[in-house]
Design a protein around this ligand. Structure first.
Ligand code: ADP
Ligand code: MG
Ligand code: MG
Length: 497
């Protein structure tokens, strides 16, 4: 490895080791300073007073509403009940999830009435407004420190970065404005950003910020330090993965697909290089550039994806829906097991038409790396006729989850993030190509940016994404250190009108 690469890697490893406030700028308190409450008046007028959004969905909102309830003797019991109900998932399993969800629903029904109204008159809600103002500060490149190059995409590079105020590490996916314009990628870029900002799944990368610089549009995404599945299938030992890892990754991808499908989103680009590992060995689906939101008709058309992984109904220009993702899962499980994709051997480069013919007509082959269950699962998912494919019989992902191959997986625990991954990436290793081996991104000349482009950029440039941003503030300890009120429950000076 060259010296340049070693330096870049060790800077990145040092940055991501930071915890306990180590990665924060010395000016971090100033960067996150609350505006005086009198400066939040406009926001107080305009913010939507929706209990579910303000007190359940937004992490900082939820914390402040809980603090409010704890400050009220008559509400304390409700909060301890809520705590007990959500705390230990393992116990919850034996208790019966339906009963608990019913309790929680009744609880929210009560809290969203009188208590919610009183909350909005309390200093806790004022504090929430202050946090929202901090959240809405404009985002520029100066918010971040930049580390090494992680990879290259179709419109630009992906870099490791760190938020100066909190020390949080992210991956910044840059889309070069000139490239986007030249290749008419505007709607694709906006589509990816808008789909990501509406999602909140532990199995899909989160969008934390969307902003622009002079030359690029930037999406700041969950940092995935463990590399992609392609790297793990092919670059570490003999091609392929052990059965327990195949099972675990397939199960998490299945949950991710179900989350997307519940939001009426078809992913369309399932392949090993788009599945990324985090520090602990959990996966997330990434690269939603080809994802599409289904309209009423529940169907789309369009030959998109990566040829080797395209479903037969995509290749033959039919209308299709979620079925294509279950085909994609079949390809992925096949490739993780065999160490090569289902319709092409390693190193072989068939022509497009030959590849199409194979996908439409050829029966995939199973060698002795496939146990009976995984073979059965793959062949059900790789059923050419979409209506007969597993996952498409009417019960969607549930059908896949109940397949014998997943007998050992407790999907409810998995959904809660409570299943220990079978493989944990080494925190001292950087799981991507050396910096100088990542091809340099070419520049385009002769593209002129004008006012029409600016309209599009301003749709893209929306700054912090609330749920991700609030999680960052809490996770990095900034909420705990900054959310101070006056002595013995009194207001602090910034909250005095
Ligand atoms: P494109 O849509 O242009 O293909 P991708 O989203 O696939 O771009 O990103 C390109 C490369 O950047 C990926 O193959 C991966 O190596 C790296 N990368 C992308 N997102 C992340 C992330 N969240 N964490 C770490 N690396 C990432
Ligand atoms: Mg990609
Ligand atoms: Mg893409």
């Amino acid at each position: 490895m060259e010296i340049e690469s070693m330096v870049a890697n060790s800077a990145l490893i040092r940055a991501r080791e930071g915890g306990g406030g180590k990665g924060r700028s010395w000016k971090w308190r100033e960067m996150l300073r609350f505006p005086h409450i009198s400066q939040c008046e406009d926001l107080a007028m305009s913010i939507e007073r929706d209990y579910y959004s303000l007190c359940v969905k937004q992490p900082i909102g939820k914390k402040l509403f809980q603090l409010f309830c704890q400050s009220r003797p008559d509400l304390q019991n409700y909060i301890s009940l809520q705590d007990a109900l959500t705390k230990c998932d393992e116990e919850r399993r034996d208790f019966g999830i339906r009963i608990i969800q019913k309790y929680l629903m009744n609880l929210h029904e009560y809290l969203s009435g009188e208590p919610f109204l009183q909350y909005q008159d309390s200093m806790f809600f004022d504090r929430f407004l202050q946090w929202k103002m901090v959240e809405r500060q404009p985002i520029t490149k100066h918010v971040f420190r930049q580390y090494r190059l992680l990879g290259k995409g179709g419109f630009g590079e992906v870099w490791a970065c760190q938020v100066r105020a909190t020390g949080m590490m992210y991956a910044c996916k840059k889309l070069e404005k000139t490239h986007v314009k030249k290749r008419r990628g505007e709607s694709m870029a906006l589509n990816e950003k808008q789909i990501l900002e509406g999602l909140d799944s532990r199995f899909v990368v989160n969008l934390a910020y969307a902003y622009e610089t002079k030359h690029a549009l930037c999406m700041v995404l969950t940092m995935m330090n463990g590399g992609d599945l392609r790297f793990h299938i092919y670059n570490i030992g003999a091609p392929g993965l052990e059965e327990d890892r195949v099972r675990f990754y397939a199960a998490e991808v299945c949950c991710g697909l179900m989350h997307l499908h519940q939001e009426s989103i078809v992913y369309r680009d399932l392949k090993p290089e788009n599945i990324l590992l985090d520090d602990n060995g959990h996966i997330r689906i990434s690269d939603l550039g080809l994802a599409v939101r289904l309209s009423e008709s529940r169907m789309v058309r369009g030959r998109v994806g990566t040829l080797g992984y395209m479903a037969p109904e995509v290749i033959s220009h039919e209308h299709y829906g979620k079925t294509v993702d279950w085909w994609g899962l079949g390809c992925l499980i096949y490739e993780m097991t065999a160490g090569q994709p289902p319709f092409r051997s390693r190193g072989e480069h068939p022509s497009t038409s030959d590849m199409e013919r194979r996908i439409l007509t050829q029966q995939e082959e199973y060698n002795d790396k496939f146990c009976q269950e995984v073979k059965d699962l793959c062949s059900l998912l790789l059923t050419k006729e979409p209506r007969q494919r597993l996952g498409c019989w009417g019960a969607n992902g549930k059908e896949v989850q109940s397949h014998a191959f997943f007998k050992k997986i407790n999907f409810r625990m998995l959904e809660a993030g409570l299943v220990e991954p079978p493989f944990k990436p080494d925190p001292r290793q950087v799981y991507c190509s050396d910096v100088q081996d990542i091809e340099e991104f070419s520049t385009v000349k002769g593209v002129i940016l004008d006012q029409k482009d600016n309209n599009f950029y301003s749709k893209f440039n929306t700054g912090s994404v609330p749920i991700t941003w609030q999680n960052e503030i809490i996770e990095m300890g900034c909420f705990r250190e900054l959310n101070i009120f006056g002595p013995s429950g009194s207001r602090s000076p910034d909250l005095d009108w």
